[in-house]
Design a protein around this ligand. Sequence first.
Ligand code: ZN
Length: 379
Amino acid sequence: MRRIWIVVVTLVLGAGLLAAPAAAGEPPIKLPASPRGLKAPVTLPDGVDPASPYLPQVSCSPVDMAGVLKLRNLVLKTYGEGGKGGISRGCTDGLSEHSEGRAWDWMVDVHDKSEKAAAANFLSWVTRKDGRNARRLGIMYVIYNKKIWSVYNTKGGWRSNSGHTDHVHVSFSWNGARGNVSFWTGKVGRIDYGPCARFKGTYAARTSTPRATACATPGPLLAKTSLGQRAYGRTGATVKKAQRLLDVPMTSRFDKATWTAVRRYQRTHDIPRTGVLDHPTWASLSPADVTYRAVEGYTRDEAIAYGIDHYSDGVIAPGRAARPVVFLQTALGLPRTVRNGFYGSETRAAVKQVQKRAGLTADGIVRGEEWKALRAQQG
Ligand SMILES: [Zn+2]
C-alpha cells in the first residue's frame, strides 16, 4: 500500500514540474509566447483594473455598447483578419451578454491558417500575465475552439466549452462594455455591477451610471397578467397585441421600433424602463388582462389613511419598487396605469407638487409630513 502511494506522489509531482502552472488547462490552439497585441490610445497607468466577477445578462437591449465597438474596431484594424461579426442580438436564446450588447463574435475560423494565427495572437495577449490585458479592457471571458478562459478564474486556465470553432466570443464586464477601463481612459477603473431588476422575474432597466455595490433583492411583482413576457427578437400574436396598443407598425416582431415605443411608454407611466413587455408593463397597457394586484380597491382617501397609519415613520424615496409606493401613487391620485409600485419620474413630480404647496423641501422624499400634507390637501 505504502509503495503505491509513493508511486502516485512521484507521478503527481513529476507531472506538476512538466506542466506549469499545474492547475491551468491547455489553450484551445497553440498560443505564441510573444504575441502581437493591441496598442492602447492612451498612456497606461501603472495600476491595473480589478478583475470583474462573472456578471451574467440581466437586461435586454439591441444597442451595441461603446467599449465593445471600440475593441472590435481595434482588433479588426490591428490583425486585418476575420469577419466583423455581431454584437447585440435578440433576447430569445437564454442567457447571453449578446442580448445586452455586451459581447462580440469575431469571425476567425480555426480551420483558416491566417485567421487562426490572428486569433492566437489576440488570445495570447489577452490572457497572458494572469489576464492583465483582459482586466485593462474589461473582458470577462473569451471562448474559442471549445475552450473558455475567464478573468474571474485565471487559475482554471482554459476550461472545456462547446463549439466556437468559427469565431472567438468575447464577453465584457459592465465597465468594459461602457469603455470605463484603463485601456481607453488611462485611468484604473472600478468594478461596475451593472443595472438591477426592480421586480422579481423581470429584466433590469438599463442605466448609464456605474454601480459599485451588488443589487438589492428585487421586490415581488405587484401586478400579474395573463400575458407572457416578451422581449426584443420575439415574434407572435402577443407582440402584435402590444404593437396595436402602443400604436407602432404591427409586424408581429419585437423590433427596434417596438423596443423604443415600450421604453417611451414605460418612462411616461413610471414603469422600470426594461424595454421588455413584462408584467408591470402589461398591467398598465392592458388592464383587462390583469389577474392579480397586490393593492386593490383603495380610494384616494383610504390610501392616504393607510399611508398615515403604516408609513409615517418610514421613508419612501425615488427609485423604490414596493407595495408602499402603490399606496403613495393612489394617495397622489395618479392614473391607474401609473399605479404599479415603482417610484419614477411621474410619481416624483406629483410628490414635489404636494411638498411645494405644503411649504416642505421639494426633494421627492416621502416621510410623515408628506402623508399629513396629502391629507390636508385632499381636505
Ligand atoms: Zn458570441
